[in-house]
Design a protein around this ligand. Structure first.
Ligand code: HEM
Length: 458
């Protein structure tokens, strides 16, 4: 009997529902007009699991935390990164973000220790020092694009944490090259999804920027190897790292990892802070409560890692901001073998897309979801089990969870505390605030604010 019922169950599984789309293009036209609107519309119309295609490429959208957990944790070995990650791999090579299988595992075990809590604490003075330098240059009442400020600040911080003190000029060049490389990311990602080989970059701007990036980083690596000096920065840790057979990383691999950490480690945190500044301008009551906490906990001194457990509200503000504006707005995987998700059959080769942007704005898990309300996090509903674990996952989850999550949260909390301690921000009247989906969820026109210096700190 058992043998008869097993195949019957399998056959009865159907493909998830979804839009029919154009006979040739599938849903390619709709998604290229308005990707966020299109994905939101799909889930409104078809529910938690949606099947569609772009040309011949099968796609499955997952919205429910249960299914997200299945892909990222429970059955993660059946998934690789989705094809669109190849757009990043062109620049980042086999860095941690893009590598797979045993190779990834080895690299992860070499790199992860450098990001353990006890190892990142020593970077706090770099973070607060750079923030102080930036804030000292702000004048009362001036208009600033805080998004530009945050991009510069987090780049300088990651450069110093990676390479130590002397990379100021290199950081700026790296930042500019990174911008060129990531500027057309959505188009590049679309191309990587649809075409299984790389089209030569005839315009050459990206190719040149990639070459420039590699040259800068190779230069830094050469110099460090030659000097044999121990500086106690992240690069030192990566240079000293040995796998279980005692082997260090090759120069090429080290370069890919450093580029990955540069890219993954600055724009994300900058975006999280930029959106937080925007949300504070729109929610003066939250800004006032935040300032009150900073006054009570810090007075007029700078924050240190020891203060973090007491900066509860600051943490709640960041969590809520990353719920509404997740710097990484989506994650993609590709099924290796056929599998069942939520009662449907998902075929091998399907690209599975998961969106923090949609799930974290789902009213089933976050009542009145569009409202910015840090109070949601006072009794953390994920930790207390009130909502499913994967209703909120700004740093992803499972074995490929963000390796820099603790670094990012420490950095974002220290920086937000210092900004809000010293300045009250107003949005420049009429400044357009729009989302631009790229590698990250960028504010298309930046965030322009008037910065008002706070009168008395203590
Ligand atoms: C607010 C800041 C950040 C956010 C929202 C964020 C988000 C994420 C997410 C969602 C992933 C998983 C991608 C996937 O599963 O496909 C990821 C991976 C990664 N992140 Fe972050 N990240 C942040 C900051 C950082 C920082 C500061 C660093 C390093 C300095 C970093 C380095 C990485 C790396 C190397 C990976 C790949 C890990 C692996 O696959 O083993 N991130 N990040």
């Amino acid at each position: 009997m058992a043998t008869a019922s097993a195949p019957a169950t399998k056959i009865s599984l159907s493909r998830p529902p979804g839009p029919k789309g154009h006979f040739l293009l599938g849903s390619l036209g709709a998604v290229s007009r308005d990707w966020l609107g299109f994905y939101a519309q799909c889930t409104r119309e078809f529910g938690d699991i949606v099947a569609l295609r772009y040309l011949h490429v099968p796609i499955c959208l997952l919205i429910h935390p249960r299914d997200i957990e299945y892909v990222l944790v429970t059955n993660q070995s059946n998934f690789t990164k989705s094809s669109d990650y190849r757009a990043l791999a062109r620049v980042l090579g086999k860095g941690l973000l893009n590598s797979e299988g045993k190779f990834w595992q080895r690299q992860r075990s070499l790199i992860q220790p450098a990001f353990r809590r006890e190892n990142i604490l020593s970077y706090a003075p770099v973070m607060t020092g750079e923030a102080r330098r930036m804030l000292d240059s702000w004048t009362d009442g001036e208009a600033r694009n805080v998004h530009e400020d945050m991009m510069r600040l987090t780049l300088e911080i990651v450069a110093k944490c990676l390479f130590g003190a002397e990379v100021g000029a290199a950081a700026e060049r790296v930042g500019k090259a990174m911008e060129v490389v990531t500027d057309n990311f959505m188009a590049d990602a679309g191309q990587a999804l649809l075409i299984p080989f790389d089209i030569p970059d005839f315009l050459g701007a990206r190719r040149q920027a990639t070459r420039e990036l590699k040259a800068i980083i190779n230069g830094i690596l050469r110099e460090r190897r030659a000097s044999q000096e121990r500086r106690g920065d992240l690069l030192d840790m990566l240079l000293q790292a040995r796998d279980s057979e005692g082997r260090p990383m090759s120069d090429e691999q080290l370069r890919d990892e450093v580029m990955t950490l540069f890219l993954a480690g600055h724009e994300t945190t900058a975006i999280a802070l930029s959106w937080t500044c925007f949300l504070l301008t729109q929610n003066p009551q939250v800004a006032a409560t935040l300032a009150e906490e900073l006054r009570a906990v810090l007075g007029d001194r700078e924050p240190t890692p020891e203060d973090l457990p007491r900066l509860r509200y600051t943490d709640m503000v960041l969590k809520e901001s990353m719920r509404l504006y997740p710097a990484v707005w989506g994650i993609g995987r590709k099924a290796i073998a056929d599998c069942e998700i939520g009662g449907y059959r998902v075929a091998a080769g399907t690209n599975v897309f998961i969106f923090q942007w949609l799930t974290q704005r789902d009213a089933r898990f976050f009542p009145d979801p569009e409202r910015f309300d840090p109070e949601r996090w006072r009794d953390d509903p994920v930790r207390s089990g009130k909502i499913p674990r994967f209703a909120y996952f700004p740093f992803g989850g499972g074995p490929r969870v963000c390796v820099g999550a603790a670094f990012a949260m420490m950095e974002a909390t220290l920086l937000l505390a210092m900004i809000a301690q010293r300045f009250d921000l107003d949005l420049v009247p009429g400044h357009p605030v729009e989302i631009l989906g790229s590698v990250t969820l960028r504010p298309k026109h930046g965030i322009r604010v008037i910065a008002h210096r706070r009168e008395v700190l203590a």
